[in-house]
Design a protein around this ligand. Structure first.
Ligand code: IVH
Length: 671
């Protein structure tokens, strides 16, 4: 096949797989196969700069760098919505429109996504421009950043109109928000306050490859047909249905998130449903939106200067409840972290009965002067766990006394410790505090670590109570006969448990490392450590400076690791686990045997990677590639790590040099 055809085919295939993975959440090939196709495309594109395409799937990882976002006028003004916090108002509004139309109105009801508005302009079925709302008349061009959002199609199928504008909301799902903050906490960066601000800030980043990593998502809420074009949908729902077929992520994909109703009762039922169900969504909404469906009817109703008369947003109040704080209790986690928990007189909030709420930490309790016996305000926002947000001082009992924060561990009684710059207290008795030890064993056995079937929290509790386990290494000494003396432990369960424990010996080093539960060593860090150091001996020998070489390791993690390996009990534990036959060596280093797949290609390596840069360079050479000192017209590929300077990226882009991420490079060499 000709290069040109293959490039076109790969682009089509990859766009389709991208849609199946991100929009439909139903991939048909593995990540590895996807990366391999992407690497093939990157390679071909590097050979044919004349076929460069800003909407190629290779651009999803970012790479573009924007100094200043250009201001561009909107094709049609981006209006706001009239808001209401009052159900009667919504009912009145809908009834009036319904009556005026002699009962002929169809309303579409949808969610009010709490994110950032975006206008996506397509010409010749290609995404050509993405504009922020700005002041409604003029927005900012953030196309390069928006291209990295996987749920936004970059090209549209043949049946889509040639020219089209789609408007929607860019959001950051809770999971991505939490992951981002967890990472920032580890690297000592300031955390973000909420998903909406984070989404807004992310879209204005200069480095689009950073935007690509943030995990943004987009929901469409308006489809604007080209005024002179042939496609003339009768109403909003026609537009949304069509857009769904053309590859956009629409609310039709979510249960009850887009409903067409034909009466006022339908509107109110939708509102009532989401007022409760909103806490279950994986992203934030701040209300629901009701719109007249038919375009002809919309035209009759018209707009004010600010907002259309055919739509109304109902905004949810953050749900609060007031109840008595009976007691402040404390929980100990597996890392020894102490969490204060408010035990409340049960109170209904947003559809559930709340009897416990978070109190954050000692500072927060002192700041709000929260006392046992107080009437407190409890809030349930987008978050799953309700929190105490205030005290009603007028109702404070006369005999109340300021709360004195726990000084000792509620489980083992040890004196609590607190690092100067940390908000949390810790139980320092890592070796002797039963809650911590049980927590660590549970974590070790969990699916994402050693995946020991049949060993959940109850199982750990039972083995602990029987005195059969005191640390994770004891699991590997368990024998059938004593197990059979336990309650509810028949041949079958005992057999399953022992088989699960035995199977865990095949779990790769990176997950063993994660399973050890070293403070701040999550899955990603464990994976990178395993890959970088290769085995536990080298990791144990590494000092802080050596650990800081890894991009995911900051001072906090480095110190935690050095400290963990210095403890005598941990060293003994490791020895027993090695003896039990667990894997403490990473699978073969990628690319130990060389190939010649990179022959004739030249590379520049820049930035920070998960392996030392020199090692990456050796891999290039081992596979037949040639290394160059700087980006020039002779460079085929720039392998871009984190923290690579913007000048280099710009130059590479100007010269049409293909920019590869580390993982794309590994795919290229087949590892
Ligand atoms: S329709 C003219 N639908 O809310 C009507 N807007 O306050 C245009 N928003 O700027 C907006 N979810 O960013 C519409 N389902 C939804 C929405 C939605 C969120 C945002 C949008 C708009 C703002 C208006």
């Amino acid at each position: 096949m000709q290069e040109e055809e293959r490039i076109a085919e790969l682009r089509r295939t990859l766009h389709a797989h991208n849609h199946r993975y991100y929009v439909e959440a139903a991939p048909t090939i593995s990540d590895r196969e996807f990366d391999a196709l992407l690497a093939e495309l990157a390679l071909l594109e590097s050979a044919r700069p004349d076929l460069a395409d800003p909407n190629s799937p290779t651009r999803r990882v970012g790479g573009g760098f924007t100094d200043q976002f250009e201001k561009v006028a909107h094709s049609r003004p981006m209006l706001s919505l009239s808001n209401s916090y009052n159900r009667e108002e919504v009912e009145d509004w809908a009834s009036r429109i319904y009556k005026e139309s002699a009962g002929e109105t169809r309303f579409t009801c949808e969610l009010k996504y709490d994110g950032v508005a975006i206008a996506l302009q397509y010409e010749n079925r290609q995404l050509v421009r993405a504009l922020t709302r700005g002041d409604g008349a003029v927005g900012e061009d953030i196309t390069t950043n928006v291209r990295t959002i996987r749920t936004i199609p970059l090209t549209l199928p043949q049946e889509a109109p040639e020219k089209l504008e789609i408007r929607g909301e860019i959001i950051l799902p809770f999971e991505a928000f939490e992951a981002l903050n967890a990472h920032r906490r580890q690297t000592g960066e300031k955390t973000f306050a909420n998903p909406r601000n984070t989404a807004a800030g992310s879209l204005k980043l200069q480095d689009s490859s950073e935007v690509a990593r943030r995990g943004l998502d987009c929901f469409l809420y308006s489809v604007l047909p080209d005024e002179g074009g042939a496609w003339r949908p009768g109403g909003h729902s026609d537009g949304v249905n069509a857009a769904q077929r053309w590859g956009f992520k629409t609310p039709l994909m979510l249960d009850r998130a887009f409903e067409i109703v034909t009466d006022v009762e339908g509107v109110m039922a939708f509102l009532a449903h989401w007022d409760e169900a909103r806490t279950q969504l994986p992203f934030a909404i701040d209300g629901v939106v009701m719109k007249v469906d038919g375009y002809a009817q919309r035209k009759t109703l018209g707009s004010t200067a600010k907002a259309p008369r055919w739509a109304l947003a109902f905004k949810f109040e953050t749900e609060q409840g007031i109840t008595r704080l009976e007691r402040i209790a404390y929980q100990v986690g597996r890392t020894g972290a102490i969490t204060p928990v408010a035990h409340l007189e049960p109170v209904p909030i947003a559809g559930t009965t709340v009897s416990k709420a978070s109190l954050h930490n000692a500072d927060q309790i002192a700041l709000l002067d929260i006392r046992e016996g107080d009437m407190v305000r409890v809030e349930k926002g987008g978050e799953i766990i309700p929190k105490v947000v205030g005290v009603i001082l007028d109702e404070r009992p006369a005999n109340s006394a300021p709360h004195s924060y726990a000084t000792h561990c509620p489980d083992c009684g040890a004196s609590l410790a607190r690092a100067e710059d940390e908000a949390r207290h810790y139980c320092p008795n890592a070796e002797g505090c039963p809650e911590q030890i049980k927590g660590r064993i549970e974590h070790f056995a969990a699916r994402r670590a050693m995946n020991i079937d049949g060993l959940g929290s109850e199982g750990v509790e039972q083995l602990w109570a029987a005195g059969m386990i005191r640390d994770v290494a004891d699991l590997y000494d368990l024998e059938r006969a004593p197990l059979l003396t336990l309650d509810r432990m028949g041949e079958k369960r005992a057999g399953n448990l022992l088989a699960g424990i035995s199977a865990s010996k095949e779990v790769p080093f990176e997950r063993v490392l994660f399973g050890l539960g070293i403070r701040h060593v999550g899955e990603t860090v464990a994976k990178k450590l395993a890959r970088h150091f290769g085995d536990v001996e080298s990791l144990r020998g590494a000092d802080e400076a050596a650990l800081l070489q890894l991009d995911v390791v900051g001072p906090v993690i480095a110190e935690s690791l050095v400290h963990w390996f210095a403890e005598a009990t941990n060293r003994q534990l490791l020895e027993r686990l090695v003896h039990a036959g667990l894997k403490f060596t990473a699978e073969q280093d990628p690319g130990v045997q060389g190939s010649q797949v990179l022959e004739g290609r030249s590379f520049v390596v820049s930035g920070v990677f998960s392996i030392p840069r020199d090692e990456l360079k050796r891999l290039v050479e081992r596979h037949g590639g040639r290394l160059l000192g700087g980006v020039s017209g002779k460079t085929d590929f720039l392998i871009a790590g984190e923290k690579m300077g913007p000048a280099k990226r710009e130059k590479a882009e100007r010269l049409g040099v293909s920019i590869l991420t580390e993982s794309a490079f590994f795919e290229m060499i087949g590892s």
